[in-house]
Design a protein around this ligand. Sequence first.
Ligand SMILES: [Zn+2]
Length: 275
Amino acid sequence: MKYFDFHVHCDSSKKEELDILAKTARESSTICGLIGGLRYGECDFETNETVLEICKKYPDCFVPIAKLDLWETADPAEVYHYAELGFKGFKCIYPWYEYDHDIYMPVYEAAEKCGLPLLFHTGNYRPSDSDRIYRRPMLKNMNPITLDRIARSFQDLKIVMAHMGTRIFQDEASQYIKMHKNLYADLGGCGQWKRIQPYELAELLSPEISVIDHSMGNFRKLVLGSDAYVTWPHLINEGRKHYLAMFDRIGLPQDIIDDVMGKTVAGWMGISLED
Ligand SMILES: [Zn+2]
């Protein structure tokens, strides 16, 4: 069975660099959800259109994820457009307003209708010079609590909380993924998979009432996300190894590990992970 890494950033369209990412993915039997989208400030990612072209050249290991811009306005027509083009999921980050602002609701409604998952950045975000210009992003706009309204309003929409809120919000983030059936989390980036200890993760995902949960069902609310970049392809391997080492230490059953490491997300997208 292959792995599915739902959190890989497309920060380069150089063939040599893409070839290295593809080689890394193939050698580790990983399919990457590739995310581009313009970013304000000095460091722009590749456009959604470029990401789509790239994925067509590496169809065995890259899957296109469209970034949706949540600015002072947001257009649900974009969602249908990207779904028709063949994107398999969506990503949102640094919204102008909070994620659960009224004007963004039609965008999420459209994603739910398309039956495609949506990955939201949550938690820590490093300051940069462009913050002076936009006076954004704001962590409070990307607080996991802002996904509560979205999860309960669009219960058929699969939502992944990237970074599980980071260390700043991880306690409340873990409670939201346990509460909402359609809310999941990855442990990518910001030191999450590298930093979080197995006992901490087990504690965060234990049921609210009993201390020991033999089913370990809450772990099914995690998905693999390394937060790798085209220019940092090795993070695919590092992220996967940390996830697996942590699950081994916790003693997670293999069927749950398989779900987290790819089956859940691939299932939403209708992608087979069979070799
Ligand atoms: Zn990321």
